[in-house]
Design a protein around this ligand. Structure first.
Ligand code: FAD
Length: 310
């Protein structure tokens, strides 16, 4: 069944209550604080608005890019053509007490989810507290930390094709592996996800463990500067951070993009960095690590848009 589309819910005049605007800077919508403008940008608050936006883009034959919290994304300085559809206002959380399952909309921030579960004494999402992404982005990336990831507790998700057709997303068809899902090959919008948790714990203990996970990350990672978290996937058995640090690259800088002095797998924006500076630093780190260790590092961060000379 195709979603019912009410184009009257859309008004393309900026400054109205409309969710659709032209020429919006994406630097304000990414955790790197870099990137050019979206040709069109939409922040739908409901699935009907979302459906109307993708129908509108379809009519204009525009490309569509999905964006969550922009916390694993490097957007080109040249911006993005077509429509950027950002899920961060698609928010709700519901609990199924009998099944001990939590269902959240695409734009729900992972830390919120972790805290809400902890307050009920439900275990299973403590790992997510330090990940500043959305539920949709976490499914796309199979985000994880502390040896746990989204795939470990996902029961089911709902999605839409770029034509607005609903699709059921299951752990099987999402084909999860390390920081990967099938969505990275086949474009689908994740509209909500349901996670299985373990109830019946003392909320004070779960909250203390959640707080400890956050504190540990804040002590070892540069949360005070704009970044995308880990830039490279870990080429196990070594970690990318260890390889980069042993190559002597901590603190190395191109323009305003710097290999963090706190955690070598982070590249931080020291203020006013360009996306090209971040990408040039990514390439430099890759080539130095490969030269020293014979290991090719693969980026975890998603590049969006055109990067001249890439
Ligand atoms: C300080 C910091 C710490 C971090 N720590 C971790 C960590 O410990 N573990 C970890 O795994 N990651 C970590 N990250 C990276 C990031 O937070 C995760 O990858 C997160 O899951 C990305 O979610 P997002 O909503 O920000 O996605 P975005 O960056 O907005 O998008 C990432 C990709 O997902 C796609 N996408 C987003 N939403 C949807 C949707 N609803 N449907 C379909 N596709 C979608 C986008 O098209 C894009 O390709 C960290 C980032 C920062 C800044």
């Amino acid at each position: 069944m195709v979603l019912s589309l009410d184009l009257n819910t859309l008004d393309v005049v900026p400054g109205t209550t409309c969710p659709l605007q032209p020429q919006v800077s994406l630097a304000g919508f990414t955790s790197y604080r870099v990137g050019g403008k979206a040709e069109w940008f939409a922040l739908p608050r409901t699935i009907d608005q979302f459906a109307a936006c993708i129908a509108w883009a379809g009519d204009q034959e525009m490309p569509i890019t999905f964006l969550g919290a922009g916390s694993n994304t490097l957007v080109s300085d040249l911006g993005l053509p077509g429509l950027v559809l950002c899920s961060r206002h698609l928010r709700y959380v519901s609990f199924d007490d009998e099944a001990a399952q939590i269902t959240a909309a695409a734009g729900e921030p992972l830390p919120n989810l972790a805290w809400k579960a902890a307050r009920r004494g439900w275990r299973g999402l403590e790992w997510a507290v330090g990940i500043p992404g959305t539920v949709g982005g976490a499914i796309f990336m199979n985000a994880g930390a502390h040896g746990t990831c989204a795939a470990d507790s996902l029961v089911a998700a709902q999605g839409y094709t770029v034509a607005g057709q609903p699709v059921a997303l299951t752990p099987k068809n999402l084909n999860f592996s390390y920081r990967t899902s099938s969505l990275q090959q086949k474009l689908r919008f994740v509209s909500q996800a349901t996670f299985q948790l373990q109830p019946g714990h003392d909320p004070r203990e779960v909250m203390a463990d959640t707080q400890a996970a956050l504190a540990q990350r804040r002590a070892t990672q540069p949360y005070h500067l704009p970044s995308c978290g880990s830039v490279f996937r870990n080429p196990l058995p070594r970690t990318a951070g260890w390889l980069i640090e042993q190559t002597g690259l901590k603190g190395f800088q191109i323009g305003q993009a710097q290999v963090s002095t706190l955690h070598a797998n982070f590249i931080v924006n020291q203020g006013g960095a360009k996306a090209t500076e971040v990408l040039n630093l990514i390439h430099y780190v890759q080539s130095e690590v490969e030269h020293r260790w014979g290991v090719k590092l693969h980026p975890e961060v998603r590049l969006m848009g055109e990067f001249p000379g890439r």
